[in-house]
Design a protein around this ligand. Structure first.
Ligand SMILES: *[C@@H]1O[C@H](CO)[C@@H](O)[C@H](O)[C@H]1NC(C)=O
Ligand SMILES: *[C@@H]1O[C@H](CO)[C@@H](O)[C@H](O)[C@H]1NC(C)=O
Ligand SMILES: *[C@@H]1O[C@H](CO)[C@@H](O)[C@H](O)[C@H]1NC(C)=O
Length: 294
């Protein structure tokens, strides 16, 4: 019996060292309750073990401590106060998972589940915390005969990628880069604009994706035809006529001005020449006068 349990301990140690890495991260959303999984290899009871849940990057690093068959939370980091528990009825099955309630953004990180007596059993659990919101679309106005749409998603973490699609799911180029801001808790608000022409199915989708937490949310909008500025044939005809008329008047005015300026210049030139001749005559007369007086 004694030999048997020693061997069992050996195999526990060996199997646990072999499979400590490469675990999928656990994803939780802000406000959720989450279970950080940890089990002893080979179903042995954990009731008489010490169980240490830690966050090595924090000070103090204790998240939850269990020893002498009860919780010992004297050393617990205050940020986890009242939010951690073990499944006491599961301990005898070797299930030492930790329940963390009311998850916050700051809970993201690597947790270790450490069983000192089974010296090498240390499981590392990576917890990712996200915050999500469904985007909102606003019809913002017109630009020419197109409609400007605005999409906004607030309180997101990690930073989401926002894109626009048409009814067929094709990505539409946004009107400018996505605007991003952060609030005090570190959550992102992102805004993106798109300018859309009238089409036979004015359905547009704003999609927000957070790849790290495998999260996607969409909002679809149908822009009614009457939102698009009218471009009926009469309007086009009137526009063309008015343009032609304005241009004709402009050309006419220009020609008139040109003619007027030419005439003016000619007159000015003629009078200048006349003036010059008169002056010359006067000078001649003056010299004649001075000669005669000598
Ligand atoms: C451990 O117990 C919890 C609570 O009952 C359960 O949700 C979880 O799946 C269990 N883990 C394993 C590995 O059995
Ligand atoms: C947690 O561990 C993962 C993989 O082991 C690593 O990439 C990541 O940087 C760690 N996170 C923190 C907060 O230490
Ligand atoms: C627009 O087209 C999509 C797919 O082609 C369809 O699912 C949707 O019902 C259509 N919407 C309208 C308002 O016609």
């Amino acid at each position: 019996m004694r030999i048997y349990s020693v061997c069992m301990l050996c195999s526990l140690i060996i199997s646990s060292t072999a499979s400590d890495t490469g675990v999928q991260p656990i994803v939780a959303l802000v406000g959720d309750d989450v279970i950080l999984p940890c089990t002893l290899r080979h179903t042995v009871s954990a009731v008489y073990q010490s169980i240490e849940w830690q966050r090595p990057d924090l000070k103090p690093k204790e998240v939850h401590l269990y020893r002498d068959e009860k919780d010992d939370l004297v050393l617990q980091n205050p940020v986890f106060r009242g939010r951690t528990s073990l499944f006491k009825e599961e301990l005898e099955n070797g299930n030492t998972s930790l329940k963390l309630t009311r998850v916050k953004l700051s809970d993201a990180g690597n947790y270790t589940c450490y069983i000192p007596l089974l010296n090498h059993q240390k499981t590392i659990i990576q917890l990712l915390v996200g915050a999500v919101s469904r985007p909102v679309i606003i019809i913002e106005g017109m630009e020419g005969d197109e409609v400007v749409l605005r999409c906004e998603a607030e309180g997101c973490y990690p930073e989401p990628v926002m894109e626009w699609c048409d009814a067929q799911g094709r990505v539409l180029p946004a009107a400018g880069p996505t605007e991003t801001s952060r609030d005090r808790e570190g959550c992102y608000t992102v805004t993106s604009h798109v300018i859309v022409p009238k089409s036979d199915n004015n359905t547009f989708t704003c999609r927000v994706q957070q790849l790290e937490i495998k999260h996607m949310k969409e909002r679809r909008v149908h822009v009614p035809d009457q939102m698009f500025p009218k471009t009926c044939w009469l309007t086009v005809l009137v526009t063309v006529l008015v343009t032609v008329l304005v241009e004709a008047v402009a050309v006419g005015l220009y020609l008139l001005m040109k003619k007027w300026i030419l005439t003016f210049r000619k007159e000015a030139w003629t009078s200048l020449m006349k003036n010059k001749e008169t002056t010359k005559n006067e000078e001649d007369e003056a010299s004649v006068l001075s000669l005669s007086s000598v």
